[in-house]
Ligand binder design. Sequence first.
Ligand SMILES: C[S@@+](CC[C@H](N)C(=O)[O-])C[C@H]1O[C@@H](n2cnc3c(N)ncnc32)[C@H](O)[C@@H]1O
Length: 248
Amino acid sequence: MTGRDNELWQQSWRDRQTDFHQKATNAHLVRFWSTLGVAPGERIFVPLCGKSLDLLWLAGQGHSVVGVELSPLAARAFFRENRMQPRRRPCGQFTLWEHGRISILCGDFFALTAADLGEIAAVFDRAALTALPDDLRAPYLAHLRRIVPAACKIMLLTTEEPEAWETADQPFAVAEEITTLYSDAFNIELHHVESAFEADPDPSVAEEIRVERKVYLLTPKPAAGSGLPAPSGRPAQADHQTGAAEPG
Ligand SMILES: C[S@@+](CC[C@H](N)C(=O)[O-])C[C@H]1O[C@@H](n2cnc3c(N)ncnc32)[C@H](O)[C@@H]1O
């Protein structure tokens, strides 16, 4: 299902085409993480982690952190650039790299099982769901749900292009996809929206494009029969800022 896409990602690491990588910890992670209410010591899953510095920041909050990443070049670069000497060993269909509180399972997200991950309290997704092509986003959300515990909370950071949906050139209705796959079991809050202008990925296009950087917080609904009311599944509305670009 993902073979061609996987090869493109592996190639982009070989070619060092990794513009998605942020040279600093994600500002929205730092600003909003405490809102999710995950205690230090609890284990966090970072799908499609690349060599993100967010792994380091989460570990610094006292969490144990497990990422999954296809490219061994990314895993190697993460530990090397952060001056860590990881242990490395086979782990089922994956290679497990680990140092201190940080582990990276190197292999295909779609081959992960709940047993590979262990007891996860929360998921941090930045540019994972939104990095995938249209036909893989629903399978990604469905698989994520299969491999994390039902009580798991999720922070999802997206960068969306409202004008692209209006012209239907690139329909990318993230909120609808999340609602379809998660609203039966999760309360979905669109916690924060920020508008910014950024360079078009196509270098021949001079004008900047307007993007919206969004923070969704997904928290499990009380189990049926708990006596608590179950709120509606549509994302609750967020605060909305317009202004200076922050990394998405
Ligand atoms: C857009 S990057 C985001 C990386 C990271 N979340 C960040 O914020 O820098 C997507 C990453 O997912 C990895 N990836 C893509 N498909 C994958 C898959 N099926 N399983 C594991 N990793 C995958 C790519 O190699 C790439 O490093």
